[in-house]
Design a protein around this ligand. Sequence first.
Ligand code: NAP
Length: 307
Amino acid sequence: MENVIIVGTGCAGLTAAIYTARANLAPLVLEGHEPGGQLSTTTMVENFPGFKDGIDGPELIMNMKAQAERFGARFQYSTVTDFEPAPGHVRVKLDDAWVETKALIVAAGASARYLGLDHEKKMIGHGLTSCATCDGAFYRGVPVCVVGGGDSAAEEATFLTRFASKVYLIHRRDSLRASKIMADRALENPKIEPIWNTIPVEYLADDQGEMRAVRLRDVNTGAERDLDVKCVFVAIGHTPNTAAFKGKLDMDTNGYLLQREGTATNVPGVFAAGDVADHVYRQAVTAAGQGCAAALDAERYLANLGA
Ligand code: NAP
């Protein structure tokens, strides 16, 4: 019987690991398909407090992991494939084996959706990203584009006008899905040029492997053209990594876990932290804050159990 299992090794999971390890709970931390979470795919992180010159995303994650290990956190590569509440504890299926734990912190994150084009993985961090807040400031005075038509796309396009010389907003239909206020704000901005009824079909890299243009296709006519941009910001939504908990933990219609008091879920002993439950802020620092809260909630829960 484990004291606490933490699912996920992004900012939320690793912060929960540091706190529960320091509380002598020897947490078992599960690294899944995307170890390190979304930060592991970014380059420089300039908005995490404490690093005045910024820090590389993967380095920040490695530091957090080492910090958790120093206090006794144990790491294991496993994916949660099933889960069931049991009296006084919960059972978690890791790949093929069932493991029992008194508390469970779900910090499995959300994965940004990408377009599924060729060479996509290779381009991420080299002019392809899903996070304007993280990477926008790297593209000062150059043209960029945002793909999508929802609130995220409208918000990111507007944000990017602070840096970029021009922001193309590429949407597959001829009207935005975004709320009116955010759509109006974007479309009224003179730096933003919408390109309607259009989808990207290919990323074009320069000799250094950095984005130089994107090939676009008009969905009505099939006509293709290349648009010179230094970065493509994909904003077509996120998918929370909650499939294994479906039907057992309460979630909203988009699959984000619902928190009750603090970070508690509907199942006693199960806590949710970070992007798996947060589709609003989605920042490294807010995820870390929730990881801390979930660890403290789990500690109190275990203390009440008499564990
Ligand atoms: P979203 O509302 O699901 O919008 C996704 C957009 O991407 C849609 O316009 C969709 O096109 C497009 N899209 C999806 N798959 C695509 C593909 N394969 N190729 C090209 N385009 C594709 O996602 P979101 O904008 O991330 O917003 C998610 C939730 O967070 C929403 O509830 C939103 O209101 C909320 N949010 C709120 C704020 C805020 O209030 N500040 C900011 C951001 C997000 P179609 O329109 O054709 O479906």
